[in-house]
Design a protein around this ligand. Structure first.
Ligand code: ZN
Length: 164
């Protein structure tokens, strides 16, 4: 066994620890009652389903993002990390980060995790298992869909009169 091989193995073990830590103690789990941005996403390949909630501040940036639902370890860890990365980001910044993250897993594009969510790099290992890539991207795709739906709703003039 070479030194490099050992290093790779310990790195993989470390990533696994990071993933399982998020799986066992997911951040920002649960519904946000007054979220303006909501979408549901499914990954039938694995049985993952998540709902993403986003609350915007006065300036149109994410104040808080949360997730709810049932997913495997990769899906749950990825959702947890996604919610950590979003506060303070504008919708455009959130879309850009989601796009870069999905590209990393699909096209093997190098990815630098933002400082507010350094654990995201642990998900890079998922690309070695193509069948699990959807587990890792589900929360991000769902967030993008939620943003699109939010914009479409705004353009439609938001005729909803729902009040709390
Ligand atoms: Zn899954």
């Amino acid at each position: 066994m070479t030194q490099t091989h050992n290093e790779e193995q310990s790195l993989e073990a470390l990533y696994r620890d990071v993933l399982f830590e998020h799986y066992r103690h997911p951040r920002n789990r649960g519904r946000i009652a007054d979220a303006q941005i909501v979408a549901h996403g499914d990954n039938p390949l694995c049985g993952d389903c998540v709902t993403i909630y986003g609350k915007l501040d006065g300036g149109g940036c994410f104040e808080k993002v949360s997730f709810d639902g049932k997913g495997c370890a990769i899906c749950t860890a990825s959702s947890s990390m996604m919610t950590q990365a979003m506060p303070g980001k504008s919708l455009e910044e959130a879309e850009r980060l989601a796009g870069r993250f999905r590209q990393m897993l699909r096209d093997e594009v190098p990815f630098e995790a933002p400082p507010e969510a350094p654990d995201l790099e642990a998900l890079a290992g998922v690309k070695k298992f193509p069948v699990r890539v959807k587990c890792a991207t589900l929360a991000w795709t769902t967030l993008k869909n939620a943003i699109l739906a939010f914009r479409a709703g705004k353009q439609a003039g938001e005729t909803s009169t729902e009040k709390e």
